[in-house]
Design a protein around this ligand. Structure first.
Ligand code: ATP
Ligand code: MG
Length: 374
């Protein structure tokens, strides 16, 4: 799908803006605090009706203004849609083709995006929590079932942990331990579903991610993703997973009681990221870790295409400067061919020729955007 036009009024530091976008690569160049991220944020509002930066919509209304307005003209499935969103101090109004959508869920989903923000660069380098969150968010986008199982699991986990803490204090022990068995049973069912889904998702993601990673690195690096879970690894067969997890939870009861927390389960699992046969978390350079994070996120583009039949629009906020020149070029070239890409950057070092020949380039300065070479 292609976002052809973007119009913005009184949004963040933009008073009024009208842009015609290239279906290929669009590069927004400007110094810090000029409004580059704000542009991408306005597009993510059109896609998701929520911002990746704030939970308070009113923050996005320009300081002196009463309301913010964002509109876009989108081509998908050989049709054109106009999407617009008015943000008021209290609430927002969303329309598709001038028809108001009272339920935001009827608005969301027309425009699909994949957004890569600077904090996503920590996906590989950071702790396991970020990678579990990545799995939960990405799988959740395509599987409501998964979200349901995850919510149930989280509830049961909380209850089990509360019980462990109580029982640890020594009050009415036997009764509590009997109740624990009931939670263990429920937990093992949800845990098995979550683990199985994550394993199969990661296998699919890895096919795309490894291809993309190889392209960005000029065929120098082979990326592999493994789901890391002691339960999954040691269980004799996938079909036996619920029963196996139940047994393990029972075995761990004494240990868990001492600690007052549940020591095994998908809430402790991780993704291992390997490049050329070695764990990048341990052995990778900063650049390798960042590239791997980018490849994992870009793989989502292909997954979305499989789900909805069209490529989403790719928004890359400030990732170029984190990569060396050759990786920057490979990235721009490989994406521009198939996916409409909007990218922000403070420096254009190393990509000048690409910009001249292949991209729309926009200078961003104090909330004003001018297209270069037009
Ligand atoms: N509601 C608002 N009204 C007016 N200006 C705002 C509002 N919210 C944020 N701004 C301003 O928008 C400016 C630009 O923000 P933005 O995050 O887009 O910068 P950027 O170009 O991405 O910079 P960087 O390179 O540092 O990431 C900030 O200086 C901020 O003060
Ligand atoms: Mg920014």
């Amino acid at each position: 799908m292609i976002l052809h036009e973007l119009e913005v009024r009184d949004f963040r530091n933009y008073k009024s803006l009208q842009l015609t976008l290239s279906p290929d690569v669009n590069i927004f160049v400007g110094q810090n605090a000029q409004g580059k991220t704000n542009i991408l944020e306005s597009i993510s509002m059109l896609a998701l009706a929520k911002s990746h930066r704030t939970h308070r919509d009113s923050e996005m209304i320009r300081w002196e203004a009463e309301r913010a307005y964002i509109a876009g003209r989108l081509a998908r499935d050989e049709r054109t849609y106009t999407l617009d969103l008015t943000i008021l101090p209290k609430g927002k109004k969303a329309r598709v083709n001038q028809v108001e959508k009272r339920k935001i869920s009827d608005f969301v989903g027309h425009l699909n995006i994949v957004l890569f923000a600077p904090e996503d660069l920590m996906l590989v380098k950071g702790g396991p929590q970020a990678r579990r969150r990545f799995l939960d968010v990405e799988i959740g986008q395509v599987s409501p079932h998964y979200l349901y199982n995850l919510t149930q699991y989280t509830k049961v986990l909380l209850q089990r942990n509360n019980l462990l803490k109580e029982a640890g204090k020594g009050s009415a022990k036997n009764e509590l331990i009997q109740m624990l068995a009931i939670w263990d049973e429920q937990m093992s069912v949800y845990a098995a579903k979550i683990i199985s889904k994550r394993v199969s998702f990661l296998q699919r993601l890895q096919e795309f991610a490894s291809e993309i990673h190889s392209r960005i690195t000029g065929e120098q690096e082979e990326l592999q993703l493994h789901y890391q879970s002691a339960l999954y690894r040691e269980c004799p067969s996938p079909a036996e997973l619920p029963a196996y997890i139940f047994d393990e939870l029972q075995k761990k009861q004494k240990y868990d009681l001492q600690r007052g927390t549940t020591s095994i389960g998908p809430h402790r699992d991780d993704i291992e990221v390997w490049i050329n046969g070695r764990n990048v978390h341990t052995y990778g350079s900063q650049g390798q870790q960042r590239t791997a994070a980018l490849s994992m996120k870009l793989a989502e583009i292909e997954l979305i295409r499989h789900e909805v039949g069209e490529y989403p629009v790719l928004l890359l906020d400030d990732v170029l400067s984190e990569l060396d020149e050759s990786r920057q070029l490979h990235l721009l070239q490989s994406m521009g061919e198939r996916v409409q890409t909007l990218i922000t950057t403070t420096t254009t070092y190393g990509i000048e020729q690409f910009m001249r020949e292949k991209a729309h380039v926009y200078r961003v300065r104090e909330g004003v955007i001018t297209r270069e070479g037009s």
